[in-house]
Design a binder for this molecule. Structure first.
Ligand code: SAH
Length: 240
């Protein structure tokens, strides 16, 4: 009798496990076709070819990083509001910035402007170790919870003014800034490793800015202008 009850219990357990893994598979595959189309039409078509970047863009469920009312538009070719006056970048811009800083296993990357956590998740999906800073505490908290819930264990977040970087974890192989600065914060240059890469929108916050690639060589920086962009302003802690 005892044995029979045990076997019934383990039968139910197996059934539950099968059901759970099925639901998990459905959830991760959700809107996979939308992501494939996004990669093909918006990203590959505009010249981003790095397989690691493309695979991350195909895998990370962008719709889960948006407020519910915006989720239906998640895979469209445009930035979208994420609350608190902030925006998640257009998919192409996320892919372009990702490809350029060469994320991957063994690379340590600092992001300034966690926002929804989507760019951090894309970087983490490549196997990089990601550190991300967000100045708006509510966004920092919700992004941290979302990244944890989605199983990203290689992203550390904190709520602070990213102007100062994250000295404890420096130097970084790459730094990605997702808000527009009028000048490159000197602490970020200081925390960039030798041969490190920084991508940052520089210019007046209310006009078109220039997306710049900054490389560190022999302690000096070499900057290249990449393209005109429009990002939300880089805030300072004392502005609020
Ligand atoms: N990378 C985000 C989008 C960022 S929008 C994503 O994938 O969703 C830019 C973000 O930078 C906003 O959330 C804004 O609050 C944040 N930000 C602006 N100034 C900042 C600063 N000094 N330090 C940290 N975050 C900042």
């Amino acid at each position: 009798m005892q044995i029979q009850r045990e076997s019934t219990c383990s039968g139910i357990l197996v059934l539950c496990l099968v059901l759970l893994s099925y639901l998990g598979a459905v959830a991760s595959g959700e809107r996979a076709e939308d992501r494939d189309a996004m990669v093909k039409e918006q990203i590959l078509a505009r010249g981003v070819k790095d397989p690691t970047t493309l695979s991350a863009m195909r895998t990370v469920p962008r719709h889960l990083f948006l407020p519910e009312s915006m989720a239906p538009h998640a895979y469209q070719d445009r930035p979208l509001p994420i609350g608190h006056g902030q925006t998640i970048s257009q998919p192409f811009i996320v892919a372009f910035m990702t490809e350029i800083i060469k994320p991957g296993p063994g690379r340590k990357i600092l992001e300034i402007g966690t926002g929804s956590g989507y760019q951090a998740a894309i970087l983490a999906a490549t196997g990089a170790q990601v550190y991300s800073i967000e100045i708006i505490p509510q966004l920092a908290d919700s992004a941290a919870a979302r990244l944890k819930q989605l199983g990203f264990t290689n992203v550390a977040t904190k709520s602070a003014d990213g102007y100062y970087g994250w000295q404890e974890h420096a130097p970084f192989d790459a730094i990605i800034v997702t808000a527009a600065t009028e000048f490159i914060p000197p602490p970020l240059i200081g925390q960039l490793a030798e041969s490190g890469l920084m991508i940052i929108p520089v210019g007046s916050p209310f006009f078109v800015q220039t997306l710049m690639l900054v490389q560190k060589r022999d302690g000096k920086t070499i900057s290249t202008n990449l393209m005109p962009v429009r990002f939300v302003p880089f805030k300072r802690a004392d502005e609020e």
